[in-house]
Design a protein around this ligand. Structure first.
Ligand code: ATP
Ligand code: MG
Length: 229
């Protein structure tokens, strides 16, 4: 399965979620490749630090070799060697993002519950329609990220209402909150569940999102196979 984590805004948590989802998948003995399609190379840097930590499961990371449209062929080639691929793309509408959308099974778009992020929904929705013209089975999920943990701050409700106006951008039940633990794991080359003092609430967020991304996708595949038999 090919999972793309993308968007048109910077700093929404794409790389943070990419590395954590890939690490959780690897910890479950899945054959996963984290493909870094962003020139900033955040995921690659995280993986380099990780190599120095003893005992943490290896997360294989490739930086993309082929920029632009060539990425499509590169991903298809890698998909023959790995069971699952998680692609981390940069925070803008790029040829790489479009090329990856054409070959992905699932596109996850993290959105911060801010007005600036919300304004990018229209353009993402159009991008999804365009991608589905070439890749009709593309599943799409939007996940609210970096939402305040303060119960008085209800921005996420406005964001949910706004996004509900885009039927092709369904939202995950999981909301990733703004937590220091999500920030701390990155410079340590660890996933959130590998931290010395684990933040249980953040781990629950990750595991819920992981299930939505990987496990419900498999259910859907089984459903499709069953319908075809
Ligand atoms: N849930 C969270 N809570 C708190 N901080 C977070 C969370 N997710 C990410 N961050 C922090 O926000 C910043 C941006 O995160 P990240 O690099 O993952 O975003 P990105 O979408 O990949 O950015 P870019 O568009 O530049 O690739 C980083 O400092 C990261 O540690
Ligand atoms: Mg990034």
């Amino acid at each position: 399965m090919i999972v793309l984590i993308g968007g048109e805004k910077g700093g929404t948590g794409k790389s943070t979620l990419s590395v954590n989802l890939a690490a959780l998948h690897a910890s479950r003995k899945k054959d996963v490749l984290l493909l870094d399609a962003d020139k900033q190379a955040s995921a690659t840097k995280w993986a380099q630090i990780r190599m120095e930590i003893k005992g943490s499961p290896l997360v294989r990371v490739n930086s993309v070799q082929k920029q632009g449209k060539g990425l499509t062929g590169e991903v298809l080639g890698l998909a023959e060697r790995y069971e699952d691929i998680v692609i981390d793309t940069g925070g803008r509408d790029s040829v790489e993002l479009r090329a990856a959308l054409v070959v992905s099974d699932l596109a996850l778009f993290p959105f911060q519950p801010s007005q600036f992020d919300m304004w990018s929904a229209e353009s993402i929705s159009e991008l999804v329609e365009m991608a589905r013209g070439l890749n009709p089975n593309l599943r799409v999920l939007v996940c609210l990220t970096k939402a305040s943990t303060n119960p008085v701050v209800r921005e996420y409700l406005d964001a949910q209402e706004y996004l509900s106006g885009f039927p092709n951008l369904p939202m995950t039940d999981t909301i990733i909150r703004d937590r220091i633990s999500w920030r701390r794991c990155i410079p340590e080359g660890r996933a959130i569940f590998e931290m010395p003092s684990p933040d249980e609430k953040a781990i629950v967020e990750l595991v819920q999102l992981y299930r939505t991304v990987f496990e419900s996708a498999r259910d859907k595949k089984v459903e499709r196979l069953a319908l075809n038999t």
